[in-house]
Design a binder for this molecule. Structure first.
Ligand code: NAD
Length: 296
């Protein structure tokens, strides 16, 4: 069992840290907010006074932070955790961040004799609570081998996607597809409504035809056909539209740096930005159908 420092124990990091404790690891938690740390302490963890404190004398450090700028400052900023950890510590950043920051941070870690992976997740808060996350992992074989038993305490599927940054690359490509397909099926449902087709008939036919996709079968944007979809609970998330917008913006950053013309990704980003601007960012991302119904 490993001694683990955990930095950023919010909606995702909190339940992930508690699953590590359940699996028998010891966890030292740090967050800027006291309440989420207390929940980890109540579950059997200990409190670290600073991020550096969480990274000192441990086997592994996991970070689950909002964005790339937080990750860069925690790792390589003033009193960054890379400067206090013992050589050989494995760092696992599970935040969803840009590929460039992920690669730069891993290079900085390796130059100090540390092991580091980018390991963003899919599965949302429910996946974090049920230790059922999918981890998309980038980094060296040595770092992956050391981290895998730790990741297994928090997830069901652990995929080594290649070298540094490849986990973030997989995440950003996947979520660009998800944003685009949710808009595509929402447009189709609104058009079907106007053409006089019921939502159930539309679902039954498209769901078993060539237009079927994961977003339709799991997150159907209209109430009825998929009882567990957010549409049946006034679009309470699920996966919030503002997080979809964050991921789509990351996809467009990757499109710019690679010179790939992602016109559908760009349009999806514009539509989610418009939706979030109307104050509905905390709704599930499938609520984008409301924007389409109103003609934007
Ligand atoms: P959150 O805001 O609930 O948690 C982030 C935590 O980080 C907060 O508690 C915050 O206080 C803490 N924090 C911020 N800066 C810090 C610092 N410098 N030092 C220590 N703590 C700091 O967010 P979340 O929903 O847990 O998401 C975390 C990451 O996971 C994000 O990158 C998000 O995109 C990604 N993600 C979220 C979901 C989801 O459904 N919520 C799904 C997949 C991936």
């Amino acid at each position: 069992m490993a001694n683990i420092g955990f930095i950023g124990v919010g909606n995702m990091g909190g339940p992930m840290a508690r699953n590590l404790l359940k699996a028998g690891h010891s966890v030292k938690a740090f967050d800027l907010m006291p309440e989420p740390v207390q929940k980890v302490v109540d579950a059997g963890g200990t409190k670290a006074a600073t991020a550096a404190d969480a990274a000192r004398d441990v086997d592994a450090v996991i970070t689950m932070l909002p964005a790339g700028k937080h990750v860069a400052s925690v790792y390589t900023g003033d009193k960054g955790i890379l400067s206090v950890a013992k050589p050989g510590t494995v760092f696992i950043d599970s935040s969803t961040i840009d590929v460039k920051t992920a690669r730069e941070t891993i290079a900085a870690a390796e130059s100090k004799g540390m092991l580091m992976l980018d390991a963003p997740v899919s599965g949302g808060i429910a996946g974090a609570e049920n230790a059922a996350l999918t981890f998309m992992v980038g980094g060296s074989d040595a770092a992956f081998a050391k981290a895998k038993p730790i990741l297994e305490a928090m997830g069901k599927k652990i995929v080594h996607a290649g070298g540094a940054g490849n986990g973030q690359a997989a995440k950003v490509c996947n979520n660009m597809v998800l944003g685009i397909t949710m808009i595509g099926i929402s447009e189709a449902f609104v058009m079907a409504e106007k053409l006089g087709l019921s939502a159930q008939a539309m679902f039954d036919i498209v769901g078993s035809s060539s237009g079927s996709c994961w977003a339709l079968l799991n997150h159907c944007p209209v109430p009825g056909p998929v009882p567990t979809s957010a549409a049946n609970r006034d679009y309470k998330p699920g996966f919030a539209a503002e997080l979809m917008l964050k991921d789509l913006k990351l996809s467009q950053e990757a499109a710019r740096t690679t010179g790939v013309h992602t016109s559908l990704g760009a349009e999806a980003t514009t539509m989610y930005a418009e939706f979030v601007d109307t104050g509905r960012g905390a709704l599930d991302y499938s609520a984008i159908i409301g924007l389409i119904r109103k003609g934007h």
